[in-house]
Design a binder for this molecule. Structure first.
Ligand code: SAM
Length: 335
């Protein structure tokens, strides 16, 4: 059996693909409005992505996530997804999206059995416009409502920022009371060119947990929490409100900074410009695009093996650093 095992004994089974660095939003913590985009010719073509995905599926990848930028701004993304589903019926398909452009695709996404992660940092319309640069909160909420009604598997991801959206934890987590979805708060990570990250904006997961406990009884999802494949990096709880009602969905915390999960990390990332990155906190890149274009797919296999062999422990990188840890912006890496 083909397996990608790194020097720390971790089995790489999960590939995250940034299909574009372009986005219709400019979230303040992610990319500035005037940042230039990667030139068109440097972006991986869909056929190239399909070749690389096929190769990596052969090498042991079982789960795919498409992210960006905003995947749905790239023309042809849905047809690409259909081809991937057809060629790899057993691969788990996941998409991370800001939720603004999903309207026309919801039924098709349900048919493709794609799991959707929707990034949503606030339920306040003015704050949404101020964080993202666009007044599109009603569109996101409508698309969330439609997906939940249709039974699309859903997660909501919130980047937690002290003094920005911390007061909204109860309202956002309450989405999981109503709907069978996971609402996960992610620690703000000190990375990305032009990042606004600062100690004062950082809200650690332990404090988020205490804030949630002031509103609900939290019941650990022991089984899910033991199953790293199912829960991903999040720790999950059911919520019970003061009237004794149990949440339909779950509340989760992703402590990517304060309690890293690097020892169980099973991921590789393929950036929009065709580089493999082995750790979110490391700027090391392996040139898959150029290797594919000049030497072909067999040579890419060797690049992937080299990349996996040198996959670092992000926790060690964080511990050595006092400030931002990776320069490349999140919109090109995909988060
Ligand atoms: N456009 C899509 C979206 O909005 O979900 C996908 C790309 S976006 C870069 C992927 C995720 O990274 C989003 O959930 C975003 O909030 C998150 N993100 C960006 N910068 C981050 C940071 N410094 N710390 C934690 N999460 C971050």
């Amino acid at each position: 059996m083909n397996e990608l095992i790194d020097a720390h004994g971790r089995n790489v089974t999960y590939l995250r693909v940034s299909v574009t660095d372009r986005c219709n939003l400019s979230c303040r913590y992610c990319r500035e409005k005037d940042m230039p985009f990667i030139p068109h010719e440097s972006i991986l073509r869909f056929e190239e992505m399909e070749d690389i995905i096929g190769l990596m599926a052969e090498m042991g990848v079982r789960k795919l996530r498409f992210t960006g930028g905003e995947p749905f701004v790239r023309k042809g993304f849905m047809d690409f997804l259909r081809r991937i589903r057809q060629k790899h019926p057993r691969l788990g398909l996941r998409i991370t999206s800001n939720g603004t452009l999903l309207g026309p695709h919801i039924e098709a996404l349900k048919e493709l059995d794609a799991m959707m992660n929707i990034s949503l940092d606030t339920l306040d319309r003015a704050r949404f416009a101020s964080i993202t640069g666009k007044d599109l909160l009603p569109d996101v909420l409508e698309n969330l409502r439609r997906m939940a009604a249709l039974g699309v598997r859903l997660k909501v991801n919130t980047v937690a920022m002290r003094g920005q959206n911390d007061k909204e934890l109860p309202a956002l987590a309450a989405l999981a009371m109503e709907h069978p979805l996971d609402v996960r708060f992610i620690e703000f990570m000190p990375m990305g060119e032009g990042s606004i990250w600062s100690e004062s904006l950082f809200w650690p997961a332990d404090e988020m947990l205490a804030a949630a406990r002031r509103h609900w009884e939290l019941i650990p999802c022991d089984e899910a929490n033991r199953n790293a494949e199912e829960r991903g990096p999040a720790k999950l709880w059911k919520l019970r409100d003061r009237e004794g009602r149990l949440s339909a969905g779950r509340f989760g915390l992703i402590s990517s900074v304060s309690h890293t999960f690097c020892t169980t990390c099973n991921r590789l990332r393929l950036t929009a410009d065709g580089q493999i990155r082995t750790c979110l906190y490391d700027d090391g890149e392996w040139p898959v695009r150029d290797t594919l274009r000049t030497q072909g797919l067999e040579a890419v296999r060797r690049v992937i093996l080299d990349a996996v062999a040198s996959k670092p422990l992000g926790s060690e990188i964080l511990a050595r650093s006092k400030g931002p840890v990776a320069i490349k912006r999140m919109s090109a890496i995909g988060g």
